[in-house]
Design a protein. Structure first.
Length: 420
């Protein structure tokens, strides 16, 4: 039995290739079942996110080329088109790779926590589709346990390394209880959406989204129980905001010193936390000179991010040590599977010997032998039969000078080598 991983990600493939190899919720179950029906495929899990698509399989024999062919065939793409972007892992390498993925060590943002939930969801989908079994079941449960240990024992996820996360983390330092605060988000791009998501996760009281296109603002605000306004409405609502995060593509500032001064008067000089992520700036630099204004630019946040990234990289080294240990632990279990068949075969052989000798002993009792005589016959004959093959093999190994085999026999049977 062989464990393999075939995949591509943000490091190996451009987005136009990645988007052609994704497995959406509407097709992933059909894909799993189609893959598991291929000859030699015992188990299968498919992990598909915006940054990666990976296929994990348990195979009767190693056949990563067959899985690569299936990946192309299922999406109607020539293998030559995607082959340069694919990576392949087998057995130990496959285990290590999955552990790194689940711990966020292979992510675009080092240590990001969302990937673990995506790995769990991928495994659950495969389980529900009945395409997992003993090997992948054990591997993924082992992976979840290791990821939890890495999160607990290292600081891999403690420090924010995205602009949006850093902005929200600073807001939490200034306002310890976000549930009583209102956030005004200016723009509706990816960074603002991430900021909205982080604020919502940390219990922000209210969210206002301002954007040049009101429809986009509505779409974003509705996701987080907020409301939308146009950019021209900002002066009328600015006084409501305790937190302002701005990220637009405007060539000119959207918030000037005068507008913010007016808002502060309405607020009776309650402090405002402002983050200007835009380049060029959305908020005039002079706003930072006002009392009760905490203004941070993208450069200020970058210093926080760089320091936190260094912290995560140190934690990643610790995480790699944990992963290395647990890879070997799982490999030990995997290797033990190879001995199961041998042990079962040996037990069947021993049980047949037992039954044969027991049958003869019972016949002796029926023919008039005493129980003592029958028991002695049983013990003597069974001992000789059990020891005959090992004894003859050890004798032959000694005759042939096979020292390694003799040492193995000594370890296996826990016997004292009388030659020493």
């Amino acid at each position: 039995m062989s464990l393999i991983t075939i995949g591509l990600n943000h490091k190996t493939a451009p987005v136009d290739i990645r988007e052609r190899i994704t497995f959406g919720p509407d097709i992933i179950v059909a894909a799993l079942r189609n893959l598991s029906e291929r000859p030699g495929v015992e188990e299968a899990v498919i992990l598909s996110t915006c940054n990666r698509t990976e296929v994990y399989c348990s195979l009767e024999q190693s056949d990563d080329e067959g899985i690569c062919n299936w990946l192309g065939e299922f999406h109607g793409i020539e293998l030559e088109t995607i082959s340069p972007y694919l990576y392949r892992h087998q057995n130990k390498s496959s285990i290590t790779h999955l552990l790194k993925v689940a711990c966020g060590l292979d992510s675009m943002v080092l240590g990001e926590p969302q990937i673990l939930g995506q790995v769990k969801a991928a495994f659950q989908t495969a389980s529900d589709a009945n395409t997992t079994g003993k090997l992948l079941g054990r591997l993924f449960q082992h992976t979840f346990s290791v990821a939890k240990q890495v999160r607990t024992d290292t600081a891999i996820g403690h420090s924010p390394v995205s602009v949006a996360f850093a902005a929200v983390s600073l807001a939490r330092q200034i306002f310890s209880d976000l549930s009583q605060q209102t956030a005004l988000l200016i723009g509706a791009g990816e960074t603002i959406e991430l900021a909205a998501r982080h604020l919502h996760q940390h219990g922000i009281g209210n969210i206002i989204v301002a954007n040049r296109t009101l429809e986009r603002a509505h779409n974003l605000a509705n996701q987080f129980n907020g409301y939308a306004i146009s950019l021209t409405e900002i002066p009328a609502h600015l006084a409501e905001a305790d937190i302002v995060i701005s990220s637009t593509a405007s060539p000119l500032p959207i918030l000037g010193k005068g507008t913010v001064e007016s808002a502060l008067k309405k607020r009776k000089h309650q402090p405002m936390f402002m983050v200007d992520i835009a380049v060029p700036r959305d908020i005039e630099a002079e706003v930072g000179d006002l009392n009760d204004i905490y203004l941070y630019t993208v450069d200020d946040l970058q210093e926080v991010i760089d320091e936190n990234l260094r912290s995560r990289q140190e934690a990643a080294e610790q995480a790699n040590e944990i992963i290395s240990f647990h890879t070997e632990e799982f490999m030990g279990w995997l290797r033990s599977l190879d001995a199961v068949g041998m042990i079962q075969s040996y037990r069947r052989k021993a049980e047949k010997m037992r039954d044969d000798v027991l049958g003869k002993a019972l016949k002796q009792l029926e023919s008039g032998k005493t129980p003592e005589e029958a028991m002695k016959f049983l013990a003597h004959t069974l001992t000789n039969k059990m020891l005959h093959t090992p004894s003859s093999q050890i004798r032959q190994a000694s005759h042939d000078g096979q020292e390694q085999l003799l040492k193995a026999a000594n370890a296996l049977f826990q016997i004292q080598d009388s030659r020493k």
